[in-house]
Design a binder for this molecule. Structure first.
Ligand code: RFL
Ligand code: PHB
Length: 389
């Protein structure tokens, strides 16, 4: 097989890149080690920045998102039971869309197949070769048969645990990392969310987030130990804790329902620099991870591939290598700002088991400031809806 850009990974990064390239007349082949059914059911992110939603429209995959996605013009922040609103519309005149990542993935795959773009699911033994040559190759197996794709470029969109980043020779990458001493126990339930907007609640028992997937499906998270076993929490215990962390009216406004998904996610901040080696480019979670409190992961993955598609366009249309060489720098400027914001939201909202009394008092003052000063709230809103791209 031969193509211009070989893409590894059918998450938001790889699927969006494939459609972006197709629109530019650049050929690609996408391979994914999981089944289509698996990637379409994988429950993850839920918030689309305003520009990412506009990009999906441009790519012709926004119709269902516009119909079923929920437009939010603000969020609520809870401070030990008292809730205050950050009004995006009045502060920065933008909104965000709450629409599940797996729904985005379904829409992207459907468009991909409708356009006849090559995509291979359930591959195994993926490896990359000749990265420092101008003819890199991808090898993989499908149904026990070996295949090779000769490419001009390889896009490593294979997530944090993929094979692309570890295929870069030792000594090339510098990794920056921070592990947090807490995780999130996440649930999906058949129940009406407590508010029509997201509630990020700081509480002396720990953080909780009240989100949704539709007006009848609640997505909620509880701060927990990162090594917690989700099955040790009964549904009753989860609802009782979610009610407590919402505030004194928690019992009244939080509707319970059948819990149909339960899982624990650990939290980390991670960036690798550079994001390229020879003809291999890393994009999305393959290059960086943010804690989910800022709702930035899927959006950053989308921004990376938008920058990569522009660089590849300059290479193929103008014969220019400058943009390709500047890919890392272009991405990192956005990534570090998203890292800063995700760290800020995470440390402001969670209960740090190692915090001193001074730290706790300072943290409450920070929550008070960001929810009472218009200047501070505007900064939060500007970052939450997505910095200009
Ligand atoms: P993905 O989605 O991990 O996709 C990588 C794909 O590569 C495949 N793969 C391989 N394929 C072939 N050969 C191999 N050797 C391969 N190895 C791996 C994998 O099967 C997979 O299909 O990475 P991508 O595309 O970079 O997308 C990143 C996002 O998935 C991630 O950042 C977000 O989900 C993070 N995130 C959130 N992001 C947001 O923007 N807004 C949110 O509200 C938000 N909430 C969240 C989140 C992530 C969470 N978890 C579970 C980590 C909430 C949670 C709880
Ligand atoms: C979600 O709905 O899953 C969600 C929303 C906001 C976040 C993280 C996750 O910050």
């Amino acid at each position: 097989m031969r193509t211009q850009v070989g893409i590894i990974g059918a998450g938001p990064a790889g699927l969006t890149l494939s459609l972006l390239l197709r629109r530019l007349g650049i050929e690609s082949i996408l391979i994914e080690n999981r089944s289509r059914q698996y990637v379409e059911a994988r429950i993850r992110a839920g918030v689309l920045e305003h520009w990412a939603a506009a990009l999906y429209d441009e790519l012709g995959v926004g119709a269902r998102m516009r119909k079923e996605g929920l437009v939010h013009e603000g969020i609520e922040i809870g401070i030990n039971g008292e809730r205050r609103r950050i009004d995006f519309k009045s502060l920065v005149n933008k909104d965000i869309i709450v629409y599940g990542q797996h729904e985005v993935v379904k829409d992207l795959i459907q468009a991909q197949l409708a356009q006849g773009a090559p995509i291979e699911f359930e591959v195994s033994d993926t490896s990359v070769h000749g990265l420092d040559s101008d003819k890199p190759t991808i090898r993989f197996k499908k149904n026990e048969e070996s295949h090779e794709i000769a490419c001009d470029f390889i896009a490593g969109c294979d997530g944090f645990h993929g094979i692309c980043r570890p295929s870069i020779p030792a000594g090339v990458l510098t990794e920056y990392e921070r592990i947090y001493p807490f995780g999130w126990l996440g649930i999906l339930s058949e129940s009406t969310p407590p508010s029509h907007e997201l509630i990020y609640s700081h509480h002396e028992r720990g953080f909780a987030l009240y989100s949704m997937r539709s007006p009848t499906i609640t997505r909620a998270y509880l701060q927990c130990d990162p090594a917690e076993d989700a099955s040790r929490w009964s549904d009753e215990e989860i609802w009782a804790e979610l009610k407590r962390r919402l505030g004194p009216d928690g019992d009244k406004i939080l509707k319970t329902g059948r819990v149909f998904e339960k899982g624990v996610t650990a939290m980390r901040s991670f960036v690798t620099e550079p994001m390229q080696y020879g003809r291999l480019f890393l994009a999305g979670d393959a290059a960086h991870i943010v804690p989910p409190t800022g709702a930035k992961g899927m959006n950053l993955a989308t921004a990376d591939v938008l920058f990569l598609s522009r660089a590849l366009e300059a290479f193929y249309k103008k014969g220019s290598k400058e943009e390709i060489e500047g890919y890392t720098k272009r991405c990192l400027s956005r990534i570090w700002k998203a890292q800063r914001f995700s760290y800020f939201m995470t440390t402001m909202l969670h209960l740090d088991p190692t915090a001193s009394d001074f730290d706790r008092k300072r943290q409450i003052a920070e929550l008070d400031y960001y929810t009472s000063s218009e200047a501070a709230a505007r900064s939060l809103a500007e970052n939450y809806v997505g910095l200009p791209i």
